[in-house]
Write a protein that binds this ligand. Structure first.
Ligand code: B3K
Ligand code: ZN
Length: 865
């Protein structure tokens, strides 16, 4: 194991040397690929520091200073660094080294993905390519020459604009790219391969033509148009909403099959996981379409928030990620359903981020110490980071927020800056004091907000006493009160909005540990709290059933209707967990029936409301979890709903299920609603008619959304129907691994006693590949995250199975291994015997000889070592 030492935010110092220009020459030659880098260094202010370059996994061939080859005793080489001493004020350094992209299964640095060369440099992958100061605050202009065999690699791509192209005599080509924008090395990219290309042009609002190119594996062109459309929509949206225009003459996206995450925003040359690009209605679901739209948007938006203005150091990651997630969320919300998007965002927060806050890996959105940076591309930095930006947006309002953005760019374009610089721009542009608000950047954990009400009839006054508590987290014991905006709306018992003092809808700002807010009102009102999830907190307030029955139809915020329904479900599931014979109250079905009946109900919203809260979101509301009781209580609630609403669900299905596929918002909503009804009906213990519906839907489906829903429904009813459908899908899609991922996932989620044998067998399927992260996620991560009854099997076999997978990935792909370990480190709410089993598995892993830094950081924190 490499030395696992933590780095601290407080230790930041400026780089001792800066680089103006760097020139890279790549001679792509399989296992013996040669990289030569030439960079102009100059001292950064007065200092006599050594130059310490980062470099790993490469063979250093030669170092030259100002054209003179250096003898070995003139520099010090370790596994991770190259150090040069006694350097002049300015000099040119040329370094030649050899790297092996062919055997690079970590998928960091330069590697081969299904025959094409590609790179992934963020966070610290550039050091696997050449020796350099691999940190985001060293910004340089890059020139890249790529030399490779013409026949196998007709496309040689890098950042910026292509400046020359030549055919060499030996069958190779040489292409040169120049990127005029200074950038940190994490934004460097290179791709070499043979592709099909979808081309288009975008004309910016100032009339500049930008060439758009989308590179996909040969034969995949028909799955490229949706990503191209999304890109053009993103470019137009950023102009209209943020007044930001694209800055190069060309924008390229390359889809590759082997990729550790979703996509990467390299300047002018995004590299994408093919899963986040390729879609047609036959092979991709509506959710795939929407996720592609949002990821294409996200990477595009980074061109300003991330690339033009970047991070000073990696502790500031949320500067670009929180902000860019906020921007991609708004993009999706402006294009599609605001409510459904908000629901998805909140689910990520409750099901994943709150769990991370409660885990040994808890950290603020701006972490203070890091061992392996790749471990901090988290739901906290990304999604809670976006919630923090969203709160600023709601405190300032759209206009002042946009003025803050303009000030931020005018101050910092071309710089590497901090989260504080961002908040300062918001503050200076708006005149709003964000001193206390800044704590959201440094304080980890999920605040708990408790609300108590008192109506003083004699005074016509409602008093809300609101308390915040900020429980200690693994990383931070002492907490302070935060600035928490709480959005509230008031209604009378007839469900009409009532104007209390301050308005029928208002935001109160909780800034102290406890505050009482008074509202004048002649009637005792009902009110809904934390509307639109106005802050990333846990709300502790128990609405009465009567209040919910009034508020759900009355609420004008579609998201909040869903939120209130969740509250009703969870309230009663909690009873069901305590008492397995608990009778669910009819009010649940009365409210659902009314929503189904009401033609004005938003269909996409209803599709979400008809989903009983997930295991993870129930878990979030409890301190300790009895796994089997939660599974049972969810099931009983589903049975209760189906029993009472069977006919309504069938007729709602029939009304909304379409025979012919169309792709637009209304059609997507109808499909979602029909499939929510189908999945609920399929969960029934008794209903046999549903088999016919599932079979017909599967047979007649002309799109993947309905096909997959039928397959998932079949997995719930089981038997020969399920077997037949799975077999038919395999026959149809075998060989198309991206599509087969859906099939692997349905298998992985099956609640079968045989699941571990099944997982073993599935690994022998020709489309399964341990080196491809998509496959591993589709099969193993789906099992560990969603197959609750089997993963948490009381024997511990589920935990041990995942442990063996992690052991295997530890050497081949440490980043993926560390991602997959999440279900094993978030165990604090489980019963004691299960915790013991998990810890035993973690202790075993901790003893591995070659444990990566990635896993070391997570396991040592979990076992408190
Ligand atoms: N910036 C990349 C993520 C890089 C992850 C490195 N482990 C994608 C994104 O957030 O847009
Ligand atoms: Zn990002």
């Amino acid at each position: 194991m490499t030395a696992a030492r933590a780095k601290y935010l407080k230790d930041y110092t400026v780089p001792p040397f800066l680089v103006d220009e760097v020139e890279l020459v790549f001679e792509l030659n399989g296992e013996q690929t040669i990289v030569t880098s030439t960079a102009q260094y100059k001292r950064n202010g007065q200092n006599n520091a050594d130059l310490v370059l980062n470099g790993e996994h490469q063979k250093l061939l030669q170092v030259s200073l100002d054209g003179q080859v250096l003898a070995q005793e003139k520099y010090q080489l370790t596994e991770e660094t190259l150090t040069l001493t006694e350097l002049p004020e300015q000099f040119t350094l040329t370094i030649k080294s050899q790297i092996d992209p062919v055997n690079n299964t970590a998928l960091e640095g330069l590697y081969l993905s299904a025959g094409a060369y590609c790179t992934q440099c963020e966070a610290e992958g550039f050091r696997r390519i050449t020796y350099y100061q691999d940190r985001p605050d060293v910004l340089a202009k890059f020139t890249t020459h790529i030399i490779a065999d013409r026949k196998n690699f007709p496309y040689l791509l890098s950042n910026g604009n292509k400046v020359s192209e030549a055919e060499l005599e030996d069958g190779r080509s040489k292409v040169t790219w120049f990127d005029p924008y200074k950038k940190p090395c994490y934004l460097f990219a290179l791709v070499a391969g043979d592709f099909d290309v979808l081309r288009d042009v975008y004309t910016t609002k100032n009339g500049r033509n930008v060439t758009l190119e989308l590179f996909v594996d040969k034969g995949n062109l028909k799955r490229a148009p949706h990503a191209m459309t999304s890109l053009k929509q993103a470019m137009a949206w950023d102009e209209s909403r943020f007044n930001l225009e694209y800055d190069l003459d060309i924008y390229m996206i390359v889809a590759v099959d082997f990729f550790n995450m979703g996509a990467m925003e390299n300047k002018g040359l995004n590299v994408f996981n093919s899963k986040c690009v390729l879609a047609d209605s036959d092979s991709a679901t509506d959710n795939d379409y929407l996720s592609i739209e949002s990821i294409v948007g996200h990477e595009y938006f980074h061109n300003w928030t991330g690339n033009r203005v970047t991070c000073r150091d990696w502790f500031q990651l949320s500067l670009k990620e929180g902000l860019t997630v906020f921007r991609d969320q708004e993009f999706s919300m402006d294009l599609g359903s605001r409510a459904v998007n908000r629901i998805q965002q909140v689910k990520v927060m409750r099901e994943h981020q709150f769990a991370e806050d409660a885990s040994p890996m808890s950290h603020p959105i701006r972490p203070e110490s890091v061992i392996e940076m790749n471990n901090f591309y988290t739901v906290t930095v990304y999604d809670k980071g976006a919630e923090v930006i969203r709160m600023m947006h709601s405190i300032l309002g759209e206009d002042r927020f946009q003025q803050g953005m303009q000030l931020y760019f005018s101050r910092h374009d071309g710089q590497a800056v901090t989260c504080d610089d961002f908040v300062a721009a918001m503050e200076d542009a708006s005149g709003v004091d964000l001193t206390q608000f800044r704590l959201w950047y440094s304080q980890s954990g999920t605040p708990v907000v408790e609300v108590e009400e008192a109506y003083l009839a004699a005074e016509n006054k409602l008093k809300l006493t609101i308390k915040q508590s900020n429980p200690p987290t693994a990383d931070q014991k002492i907490k302070q009160p935060l600035h928490i905006p709480i959005n509230i709306a008031f209604f009378n018992t007839a469900g009409e909005a009532i104007d209390v003092s301050g308005g029928a809808e208002q935001v109160v700002n909780l800034t102290e540990a406890e505050q009482t807010f008074e509202f004048s009102t002649e009637v005792k009102p009902y009110f809904s709290l934390l509307r639109d999830f106005s802050a990333p907190v846990k709300l502790v307030y128990q609405y009465s059933d009567d209040a919910l029955a009034c508020l759900i139809p009355a609420e004008s915020s579609q998201y909040t209707k869903w939120e209130l329904m969740q509250n009703l479900y969870i309230k009663h599931i909690t009873q069901g967990i305590k008492d397995s014979s608990y009778q669910y109250p009819s009010i649940i079905c009365d409210i659902l029936a009314a929503l189904i009946q009401d033609a004005s109900t938003d269909k996409a919203l209803l599709a979400e409301i008809l989903k009983v809260p997930s295991f993870a979101s129930i878990m979030e509301t409890m301190d300790t979890v009895d796994v089997d009781a939660v599974i049972q209580a969810r099931k009983s609630l589903e049975q209760f709903i189906i029993k009472n609403l069977n006919d309504q669900l069938v007729s709602c299905y029939n009304k909304n299920h379409a025979q012919t596929y169309e792709y637009h918002q209304d059609a997507i909503a109808k499909r979602a609603l029909a499939n929510s009804c189908l999945l609920l009906l399929a969960a029934s213990d008794e209903n046999n008619d549903v088999r016919t519906i599932i079979e017909t839907q599967y047979q007649n489906s002309d799109n993947m959304t309905d096909t997959l829903a039928a397959m998932q429904a079949a997995s719930l009813v089981g038997g020969s129907l399920f077997k037949d459908i799975m077999q038919s899908f395999d026959e149809k899609w075998r060989g198309d691994a991206l599509v087969m991922d859906k099939w692997f996932s349905v298998h992985a989620r099956c609640d079968s006693e045989q699941i571990l044998q099944n997982l073993d067998e599935l690994q022998n399927h020709p489309d399964f590949n341990w080196n491809n992260p998509n496959r591993v996620r589709a099969l193993i991560a789906q099992f560990a995250m969603f197959n609750h009854s089997q993963f948490h099997h009381k024997s511990g076999r589920g935990y041990q199975y995942l442990g063996r997978v992690i052991e295997r990935l530890n050497t081949s792909n440490p980043q993926i291994a560390a991602r997959m370990i999440t279900p094993l480190i978030q165990f604090k709410k489980l019963d004691e015997p299960r915790q013991v089993l998990i810890k035993a598995e973690l202790s075993r892993l901790f003893e591995l000889d070659n444990l990566s830094k990635d896993l070391y950081e997570k396991i040592s924190k979990t076992l408190d070592l």
